[in-house]
Design a protein around this ligand. Structure first.
Ligand code: GDP
Length: 191
């Protein structure tokens, strides 16, 4: 799939703001896992999805229209706040409402860091998606941070921790590694 154009459309702060006009693929994961970097890498634009350093945006549901036919949706990160304190809730109500109520949601890309075993929250999110029958794929980010020869093993470890097969875990880097694999999935969803 070739992404010809991508534009930011809106940010939802409550359920009634959610869009409904195109199929949606969303990106979920703990704060700083690399959601905005992955979206930017896929669309080939450094600044489209703002990084976690932008206050506010990280708590919203951000919609990007791709090729005028589908949305990439950047969801609020879960896990740790910027100050390192634990959030009082597991993940935001807005995030949960989005996952449970979006009728056009075709795929959740659940991001984990390739260097670490999925956290307890990652495991919980994965079970949540499974339990609610929400289509999902796991994407291991920051693949450039480990040797190429170790990528397969790292994917395998993540897969085992989530009771998946290694083929269910893709690896990506914001330098471009894995881009085509992710875009192939996107293409299959919309055709
Ligand atoms: P978000 O909070 O999940 O949207 O995370 P960001 O995309 O803002 O990334 C968090 C940090 O990780 C930033 O400093 C990024 O530059 C860095 N980062 C994200 N993806 C990669 C990657 O593939 N490789 C490397 N080396 N750093 C990355």
């Amino acid at each position: 799939m070739i992404i010809k154009n991508a534009k930011y459309v809106t940010s939802a702060v409550k359920e009634s703001d959610f869009l409904t006009d195109f199929p949606e693929i969303c990106f979920v994961g703990r704060s700083n896992v690399g959601k905005s970097s992955l979206i930017n890498m896929l669309v080939g634009s450094k600044g489209l999805a703002k990084s976690s350093s932008t206050p506010g945006l990280t708590k919203m549901v951000n919609y990007f229209l791709i090729n005028n036919e589908l949305y990439f949706v950047d969801l609020p990160g879960y896990g740790y706040s910027k100050t390192g304190k634990k959030h009082t809730e597991l993940w935001s109500t807005l995030l949960e409402n989005y996952l449970l109520s979006s009728e056009n949601l075709k795929m959740v890309f659940m991001l984990v860091d390739i260097r670490h075993e999925p956290t307890e929250l990652d495991k919980l999110m994965h079970r949540f998606l499974f339990y609610h029958n929400i289509p999902h794929k796991v994407i291991a980010t920051k693949a450039d941070k480990i040797a190429k020869s170790k990528i397969f093993n790292a994917r395998n470890e993540i897969a085992k921790a989530l009771s998946l097969g290694v083929a269910d875990v893709l690896a990506v880097s914001n330098l471009g590694y894995g881009k085509e694999n992710v875009l192939d999935i996107v293409e299959n969803i919309i055709k």
